[in-house]
Design a binder for this molecule. Structure first.
Ligand code: ADP
Ligand code: MG
Length: 232
């Protein structure tokens, strides 16, 4: 019996619109087991960001049930949701969102600061996770002194430092050249191999077809996406 990190049951999302409501997610069911690596693809406007916002506890579904790491988070209020976000979710975006005046180490410490981890433990945990993404030689650098690929690895370290149950990433290589993008993808592959649970939104079919499992959004509905084997 697997241990689901994510269980979505009949998730729907409405946005208010001129004459009533616009339904942008329809009957979405999804189960993500611990250690899964799931890609999300779909045309622009198909509902990927709306789904990621719900998965990341940035927003609530209008209908349906979301159980995250054993906790029903479907109807939590904003304060409760932000606590769940801080404890259980790591985010990596296309733009790295690092604090320019903070060193690499300080950037990685930020989520621990919010969860009131004592200073010394913050420093030790940040150092360990910075080392795990291969940036020990850059701890005192400022973001402006790093390449884009290095910045994204700092962002990944920051997302991992709280030991989240779920790592969510939206187009993580979107701002990187192909060489740096490849390094970042390889890092996600290593995280998967070490047992992390990952969800990645991507527009890039070459990236998606390398992932173990991909779901596709179409007009707010979700389906499994199957790739044919490449023919020579
Ligand atoms: P994607 O990320 O796949 O491009 P989105 O989830 O951003 O798709 O959007 C899905 C649909 O929901 C689109 O039609 C979009 O216009 C609409 N939408 C997204 N956010 C809002 C909002 N805050 N209010 C109203 N409509 C929205
Ligand atoms: Mg989007």
């Amino acid at each position: 019996m697997g241990q689901a990190v994510v269980q979505l049951e009949g998730i729907e999302k409405d946005y208010p619109s001129g004459d009533g409501a616009l339904t942008v997610l329809r009957k979405v069911d999804l189960c993500i087991e611990r250690g899964d690596f799931v890609g999300i693809v779909g045309a622009s406007g198909s509902g990927k960001s709306t789904l990621m916002n719900i998965l990341g506890c940035l927003d609530r579904p209008t209908r349906g049930r979301y159980v995250l790491d054993g906790q029903d988070v479907s109807r939590l209020d904003d304060d409760q949701l932000s606590r769940v976000r801080n404890q259980s979710i790591g985010f990596v975006f296309q733009s790295f969102n690092l604090i320019a005046q903070f060193s690499v180490l300080e950037n990685v410490e930020v989520p621990l600061f919010y969860s009131r981890v004592p200073r010394r433990e913050r420093r030790e945990r940040a150092q360990a996770v910075v080392a795990s993404v291969g940036l020990s030689h850059r701890v005192s650098h400022l973001p402006a002194q790093l390449s884009g690929g290095e910045c994204q690895r700092v962002a990944i370290a920051r997302a991992l430092v709280t030991e989240p149950a779920l790592l969510l990433t939206d187009e993580p290589t979107g701002n990187l050249d192909s060489k740096n993008g490849e390094k970042v993808l390889r890092l996600f592959g290593e995280l998967h191999e070490s047992g992390r649970t990952l969800v990645m939104v991507t527009h890039n079919p070459d990236i998606a077809r390398r992932l173990p499992r991909v779901v596709e959004m179409k007009d707010g509905r979700m389906g499994e996406k199957l790739y044919e084997e490449a023919t020579a």
